[in-house]
Ligand binder design. Structure first.
Ligand code: PRE
Length: 420
């Protein structure tokens, strides 16, 4: 058994197996009851279903709304049906309050369209890791008072939302020191969820060990690979002669040390993980840069309606059969309209990873093919963004809008000063 599986044995996050056990129950009912909760490892789902919200949201096509339409939207449910070109009554079965007072669907209200619905019921948010992981903190920042659902893998968090076990997933996509979390870029493409928001979380790492353990006793430091890479230089500067070992998440590493009473191993994790698993903090603020930040995206089954009354970001992914030659044209579509790009990422084109170009005289060239992910600072409700994408569509063979969502504009709170 490897380290990761041993850690998983000790903690009960949502796994692929538990997801498939619960699949049948989830398909047959929208409401979760306590038996489903037990099937999912004791997760305590909030009572009451969301089918009213689901059926209402089903009418929201991913079409954009203009600024003028945005105003109509504020006029209530009728306005919304007009905005989207649909008639709600065609889609929602009509019942009078007298005949079925409890089954009558709640009309879609403006709060249903916000990234964090204020339904009164607790929002269930899937994250990868165990309690004390940074992803759990990001879920709490994105959706205060949510019910955070731990998942053992990123993919399980995607599936938890798809299967209605969770309402949202909050997943890391990039870190200011460690770079992109590639796995999540690939999963964004493979799954059909929509980005409905982003949060940036200052990440303040600590070196944790069992009480009484001194730095000199350590032979091994374990953590999430991103966390290890964010502390690489500092671990060396601390004079530790240790092997680095990657595990699934930072808090899981802390839990593993506590459960197995490991005297020679330290974890890179949060101060909250130290508290939860009874470890001491040997060194505080061990990230190589004190302004270490991880950006997380919030995912949902339905897109939100883009707006223009606050700063929005839009994320797209595109590809072209003729390779990278299209890149300049695509980027210029944004440059001409003064639209800032905040991120560009390329990933292997899994369906056709190599393009072979025969040249009779020179031989055969093999070019790698890519999917390009771009984030830009504009809302899909803005004409300039719509025009830019119309142009991009002309140059590309594949284009998907992953989401148009409010930018995280929370004031910058620098991480505490290093204390080592
Ligand atoms: O292991 C955790 O605590 C996580 O939440 C994962 C994760 C990541 O995937 O990057 C999140 C934030 C930090 O950058 C380090 C690790």
């Amino acid at each position: 058994m490897d380290l990761n599986s041993m850690i998983r044995t000790a903690s009960p996050p949502l796994t692929h197996t538990r997801l498939s056990q619960s699949r049948t129950a989830i398909r047959s009912v929208y409401r979760f009851d306590s038996s489903n909760a037990n099937a999912l490892g004791g997760l305590n789902f909030s009572p009451g279903g969301r089918y009213d919200w689901q059926s209402s949201c089903a009418i929201l096509a991913s079409k954009v709304v203009s600024q003028q339409q945005d105003t109509e939207m504020n006029s209530g449910a009728d306005g919304i049906s007009a905005v989207n070109g649909h008639h709600t009554r065609d889609l929602v079965p009509f019942k009078t309050a007298e005949t079925a007072p409890t089954a009558f669907p709640k009309p879609l209200s403006i709060t249903d369209l916000l990234p964090a619905p204020m339904h009164g019921s607790q929002l269930r948010v899937a994250y990868q890791g165990v309690p004390g992981a940074y992803s759990e903190a990001a879920a709490g920042k994105a959706y205060p008072n949510c019910e955070a659902i731990p998942c053992d893998q990123f993919e399980v968090a995607f599936q938890a939302v798809e299967l209605w076990i969770a309402d949202r997933a909050v997943l890391p996509v990039e870190n200011s020191l460690g770079g992109s979390i590639h796995r999540n870029y690939d999963l964004l493409l493979r799954h059909r969820l929509h980005i409905v928001g982003e949060v940036q979380l200052p990440v303040h790492h600590c070196l944790l060990a069992l009480p009484g353990v001194r730095k000199e006793y350590l032979t091994r430091v374990i953590s999430h690979p991103q966390a290890l890479s964010q502390c690489e230089h500092t671990i060396t500067k601390l004079g530790l002669n240790v092997a680095r070992e990657a595990v699934d998440d930072t808090a899981g590493a802390a839990e593993y040390i506590a459960t197995n009473n490991l005297q020679d191993t330290a974890a890179v994790a949060s101060a909250r993980a130290a508290e939860l698993y009874g470890l001491q903090i040997l060194a505080d603020g061990i990230q190589d840069d004190s302004s270490n930040v991880t950006r997380f995206v919030m995912l949902a089954r339905e897109p939100i309606i883009p707006r223009t009354d606050r700063p929005f970001k839009t994320s797209i992914v595109f590809a072209h059969e003729k390779g990278t030659s299209v890149l300049f044209k695509v980027l210029s579509a944004f440059a001409f309209r003064n639209i800032n790009l905040t991120k560009i990422e390329s990933r292997p084109h899994r369906n056709s990873p190599i393009r072979v170009v025969e040249d009779g005289n020179e031989g055969t060239a093999k070019h790698f093919e890519y999917m390009f992910y771009v984030d830009f600072e504009a809302s899909m409700a803005e004409l300039r963004a719509q025009n830019a994408l119309a142009e991009v569509q002309e140059f590309t063979s594949f284009l998907r809008v992953l989401g148009s969502y409010p930018m995280d504009m929370t004031p910058w709170i620098p991480s505490r000063e290093e204390d080592i």
